[in-house]
Design a protein around this ligand. Sequence first.
Ligand SMILES: C[C@](O)(CO)[C@H](O)COP(=O)(O)OP(=O)(O)OC[C@H]1O[C@@H](n2ccc(N)nc2=O)[C@H](O)[C@@H]1O
Ligand SMILES: Nc1ncnc2c1ncn2[C@@H]1O[C@H](COP(=O)(O)OP(=O)(O)OP(=O)(O)O)[C@@H](O)[C@H]1O
Length: 301
Amino acid sequence: MTVAALDVSTFAFTEAAPAKVNLYLHVTGRRADGYHLLDSLVVFAGAGDVLHYQPGPEPLHLHITGRFGRVLDASAAGADNLVIRAAQALQALGGAQAHVQGGTLVLEKKLPVASGIGGGSADAAAALRLLDRAWNVQASRADLLALAQTLGADVPVCLLSQTMRMEGIGEELTPAPHLPECGMVLVNCGQAVSTPEVFRRRAGAFAPRATMPQSWANLADVMAFIEQQGNSLEQAACEVCPPVAHVLADIGGQEGCLMARMSGSGATCFGLFATPQAARQAADRLEDAHSAWWVWGGGLV
Ligand SMILES: C[C@](O)(CO)[C@H](O)COP(=O)(O)OP(=O)(O)OC[C@H]1O[C@@H](n2ccc(N)nc2=O)[C@H](O)[C@@H]1O
Ligand SMILES: Nc1ncnc2c1ncn2[C@@H]1O[C@H](COP(=O)(O)OP(=O)(O)OP(=O)(O)O)[C@@H](O)[C@H]1O
């Protein structure tokens, strides 16, 4: 089937893969195996990739479409793609009782690749949720989380796709206090940033574990808390990708922007606004001024 002939509106299964955003990210230590210990407040934006699946007799295969589909070369649709790796892992977990089938997966790649908002992790997590349903695997939440962990540090939190405090190397997840409605702008300058390289370049003392309140009365409370935290990888990411500083200044300069910060290992930066509408207006202005940037504005999941 050619990509042009794929009509995903007829596909039986669809799953959203929302972008992960680290409102703060503290690197609190380093394990003997080189992985870093983190403390992060993770939220999910209305922006995301979308995964579609049509079961069929042919072996399971993946097409990648969308604005950033071409960034992932042909080999990326093969065995190395996190969607395929997630499918294979779930198939192994499901065993004989699952109704594992072949068919066509289509990944609409709307999120920039290697950009600190967990695109590949969100795709893998969406594949686990979608195929668990489609194949009637009925895996327990604990089994799915354990499997997610084998696919990447961000995959467990993306499996839940809801506001969480994330610790350990990404596997310790606890519910975070409810966030009041707010708006978010996401901006990526177009330069892919390697997560391992940014971790390697991080310098200086480890950051403390944040003291998170039990609840927030309003957005001003949330802002006061988040502003006291930071992103331990921001400086290293700015060295690897100098436009990050420019992006942060431009988001921060937008009318109504409450704060601007980088997400994950970069280079995507976010701005927080009082409402999704204010965020969309700021996104429109940023897009007009920087046609080469990827810009999104809206609300949280
Ligand atoms: C920085 C974050 O985006 C914050 O949410 C994530 O921790 C990164 O998660 P991810 O991209 O799913 O990371 P993985 O694919 O598991 O790891 C990529 C590489 O990042 C480094 N890495 C990742 C996670 C972590 N807690 N410590 C690390 O040092 C390791 O060098 C690892 O080889
Ligand atoms: N489905 C996928 N989407 C994006 N990248 C993928 C996918 N499958 C494998 N990859 C590989 O994973 C690498 C990291 O991409 P990804 O977009 O997940 O990074 P990221 O946004 O920095 O993630 P994180 O915030 O979790 O560090 C890419 O260089 C790409 O080659």
